[in-house]
Design a binder for this molecule. Structure first.
Ligand SMILES: [Zn+2]
Ligand SMILES: [Zn+2]
Length: 361
């Protein structure tokens, strides 16, 4: 009889159930990850509340994962350069390498992608990171990481930090001397600040709300030159004063709020770039001043997850220990409290406002 493991399953909107699954037999091109920690992504509470129509249930959420190789097939071991026991992070989706988008080098839009968003009624079931084990399908992109970094640091590599690098530097084009305005002090705001700092941006300005006040000092340790409380100060006035009236070269929106996304257009300079990072929910429409986008030739850049280059950079950056990255994980929950973790991260529990929560199986 197969060994069993526990995963937290989103069975219906607002309903998580702990379920037992068989630990699958691993074929030559596959692997199995024993999960050390899985972070709660900003989109996870939206999926939990049924706000993302591209999530098909039942599903094991979780794609921000660090763990150890528990089993690996012969071919996979060779391809991935890993053996049983290695500590790794993995890309959240696995491209087929044969479809149109894969062959164009756009692996993240693979037409045959598998991975954590596959519903858990599809064998071998344990596709997501909210569990004790996660299945690694053929085509997985696996990265060995150092034993010397903490779980909290490691779990932030494959999404939060890599996204920051992808969104601010690679997609946003941040470079030496650019005035970068980062709107939002969540985990992605912190990572965006680090990426802006590493890109040589100056000044780096980060906005937060009154409830974020404990984070104002932390974001300065990540490289912010100025912080603005958007509920107490006039953001347009402050950004104007800091940029000789020209406004920000790059505005990075990581607040997750339609109002903030709409506001970015007023805060970016002529021919500047707005990087729109947030997923606000399938039923939400954001009113944008498109006249201003046209007349001021603003580049409005959407971003979603990250590529190999950003992952490699994120691993080096986190392993360098240059920034107190682990402090972004502000709350830890045992796996069986996945529902509480989602509610806390979604702002449903009064008095708790995690920067990032993480589950420990
Ligand atoms: Zn994520
Ligand atoms: Zn493909």
């Amino acid at each position: 009889m197969a060994e069993k493991e526990w995963s937290a399953v989103l069975v219906a909107p607002n309903k998580i159930e702990m379920q037992q699954f068989d630990i699958p037999e691993i074929g030559p091109e596959e692997g199995l990850l024993k999960i050390e920690m899985c972070a709660v992504c900003g989109t996870d509470p939206k999926a939990y509340h049924g706000k993302l129509d591209w999530f098909k249930l039942p599903m094991i959420l979780g794609h921000e994962v660090v763990g150890r190789i528990a089993a690996v097939g012969e071919i996979a071991a060779r391809r991935w350069g890993v053996k049983k026991g290695d500590r790794v992070v993995a890309d959240s989706s696995q491209p087929c390498l044969h479809c149109y988008y894969c062959r164009m080098g756009m692996h993240r839009w693979c037409e045959n992608r598998v991975g954590w968003r596959v519903p858990c009624d599809v064998p071998p079931y344990i596709w997501g990171g909210y569990g004790e084990y996660q299945y690694l399908p053929p085509g997985s992109q696996i990265y060995k990481i150092s034993e010397s970094i903490s779980s909290e640091e490691a779990v932030l590599i494959n999404a939060v930090i890599a996204n920051g690098i992808q969104w601010v530097r690679l997609a946003g084009g941040a470079s030496i001397g650019d005035a970068v305005l980062i709107m939002g002090m969540g985990a992605q705001g912190m990572a965006a600040t680090i990426a802006a700092k590493e890109s040589g941006a100056s000044p780096i300005i980060v906005t937060g709300l009154t409830g974020d006040e404990p984070r104002f000092e932390l974001v300065k340790r990540f490289g912010a030159d100025y912080t603005i409380n958007a509920e107490k100060e006039d953001v347009l006035q402050v950004v104007g004063d800091l940029t000789d009236g020209r406004l920000a070269d790059i505005v990075v929106e990581v607040a997750g709020s339609p109002e903030v996304i709409a506001r970015t257009i007023d805060l970016v300079r002529v021919q500047g770039t707005v990087v729109c990072c947030s997923i606000v929910g399938s039923d939400v429409r954001v009113p944008l001043d498109t006249d201003k986008i046209a007349q001021r030739e603003i580049r409005f850049q959407g971003v979603f997850t990250n590529d190999h280059k950003a992952m490699r950079a994120a691993i080096k950056l986190v392993e360098s220990g240059k920034y107190p990255v682990g402090e972004i994980i502000s709350h830890r929950f045992p796996l069986h409290q996945a529902e509480e973790a989602l509610q806390a991260s979604g702002g449903d529990i009064p008095g708790i406002k995690p920067i990032r929560s993480a589950l420990v199986p």
